[in-house]
Design a protein around this ligand. Sequence first.
Ligand SMILES: [Zn+2]
Length: 203
Amino acid sequence: MLADPDRVALSNLPRLAAANRGDALAWLADERRPQWLRRAAMRFARPKVMLGRRNILRANPQARVEAIFGDFLEADIAAKFVDCDYLFLAADTMRARLLFNAVVHQYLIPGVQVGAKVRVDPKSGEVLDAYSVVRPVTSDSGCLLCNRLINSAKLQDESISDAERKRQRYIDEPEIIAPSVITLNAVATSQAANDFLFYITGL
Ligand SMILES: [Zn+2]
């Protein structure tokens, strides 16, 4: 089961595995097109969950995939995940971390948070750090709250502002919208998939 509320945009093609320009309706979304056509592209481009579904089915046509085009933070969508055997959190907002952490602990479902980040000095523009993270979270260890990985100030910002909520920041620079973090994401998600396989097989 997959959930994600976003559609493919031209700016995020560099970080979506096996995405193509057709998924972003590139011929409509091109910046030379009038605004209304570009808006139409944003409204009708392929949901990212459908890319995930397509990739899974390419690997295994018999796989059963439930792709939910919506936000895990919606109560009725989160409720669908409480009888899963394992959770992968790849949405990096504080609200998503808080909810994921609560589901792990209340329903005793092991999970893992994955992400990538590029830290840039806002004054000089110098890249300070580029990294990916893989954080296993179970009812025994890795609690995101106890490990101070849920920043209360950011959580408050996200609860107040819709713009802040939607921003999945790889880089804390609003004008950089297309960081090519696909290789960092690949490292993190491969490690998370290995952890999952070892967990599920008991190796
Ligand atoms: Zn805790």
